[in-house]
Write a protein that binds this ligand. Structure first.
Ligand SMILES: Cc1cc2nc3c(=O)[nH]c(=O)nc-3n(C[C@H](O)[C@H](O)[C@H](O)COP(=O)(O)OP(=O)(O)OC[C@H]3O[C@@H](n4cnc5c(N)ncnc54)[C@H](O)[C@@H]3O)c2cc1C
Length: 264
């Protein structure tokens, strides 16, 4: 790991200003993705700007039909939040099954979204719940935020401050976890709102994505049987030592059925 300067600003404006000044700076959330990447020599930032002192990134707030979750909340805080359990229990359950206890106690919502691992769990919730990612300078809709393998709409010095999740009528997340890391080999989030059903898939492809045919079928008939009427294509899906593209396509169907059934 290379040497780096460490900064611990006290507010969002100071954090952004510090990163702007750095030659090759990075924000440091829980360090659960960034530090392994640095240890492997895949990133060598000159400056780490810690977000740990930014009180404004914590907290949960119900705002009309949306639940606003601070980007600095750890996965364990999201899993344990009474507000989240009441408004969107599926989100609390998703957070409860991320990684292990250490990852859940350090890793943050903002870090997970900025890193945008193709097997991460939160992107499925953000996309299915039609959430808005709030940064220090703008609001980015979920459909525009995720742009492919480790690619988001964020500018290099842009700081995620909160995520505004639409509270659904019903929602559930079903994941087939990797047995070691608990990352999603395939994870499917299904959310029903008065505007229709949204289905988001993580782990199966190079980035999180929606399945419009499945959304249409489930909007017409919200039942596990309706999932079976849609053919899930393996085209473009990941194929590796853990699972072939065809097996992942099969899992998408199975996880989608389980998620719809879990909506009750
Ligand atoms: C063993 C292990 C198992 C895991 N299992 C899972 C799993 O099952 N499911 C899952 O979803 N994830 C899993 N993870 C990943 C974990 O959820 C990470 O915590 C998360 O991906 C990154 O969050 P972080 O706060 O640690 O971010 P960091 O590692 O600190 O940062 C990651 C990236 O995000 C940037 N960043 C951080 N915060 C912000 C912000 N607020 N605004 C803008 N940029 C920011 C950083 O600059 C960096 O580029 C696992 C990780 C490990 C090590």
């Amino acid at each position: 790991m290379n040497d780096f300067n460490f900064h611990r600003p006290q507010d969002v404006a100071a954090a952004v200003a510090t990163l702007k000044k750095a030659a090759e700076g990075k924000y440091l959330g829980g360090g659960q993705s960034l530090l392994p990447v640095m240890k492997l020599g895949l990133a060598a930032p000159t400056d780490l700007v810690s977000l740990a002192g930014l009180a404004g990134l914590k907290g949960f707030k119900l705002d009309g039909k949306a639940l606003v979750v601070g980007a600095g909340n750890t996965h364990a805080e999201v899993a344990g939040s009474a507000e989240v359990k009441k408004a969107i229990p599926a989100l609390a359950a998703l957070a409860e099954h991320i990684g292990d206890a250490q990852v859940r106690n350090r890793g943050t919502l903002g870090g997970s979204l900025a890193h945008d691992d193709p097997s991460a769990d939160y992107p499925a919730a953000v996309l299915a719940l039609d959430a808005t990612v709030q940064t220090d300078r703008r609001a980015i809709g979920a459909d525009a935020f995720f742009q492919g393998l480790y690619q988001t709409a964020l500018q290099p010095d842009e700081l995620i401050t909160a995520v505004r999740f639409t509270v659904p009528e019903k929602a559930a997340y079903a994941k087939f976890p990797h047995p070691a890391s608990r990352f999603a080999l395939v994870g499917v989030m299904v959310a029903r709102t008065p505007a229709g059903v949204r289905v988001a898939v993580t782990g199966a492809g190079p980035g999180v994505y929606r399945i419009p045919e499945l959304e249409k079928a489930l909007t017409a008939r919200f039942s596990p049987d309706a999932v079976g009427t849609v053919r899930i294509s393996a085209s473009g899906l990941n194929s590796d030592g853990f699972a072939s593209a065809e097996y992942r396509a099969h899992l998408v169907g199975v996880m989608a059925k389980r998620a719809v059934a879990a909506c009750g």
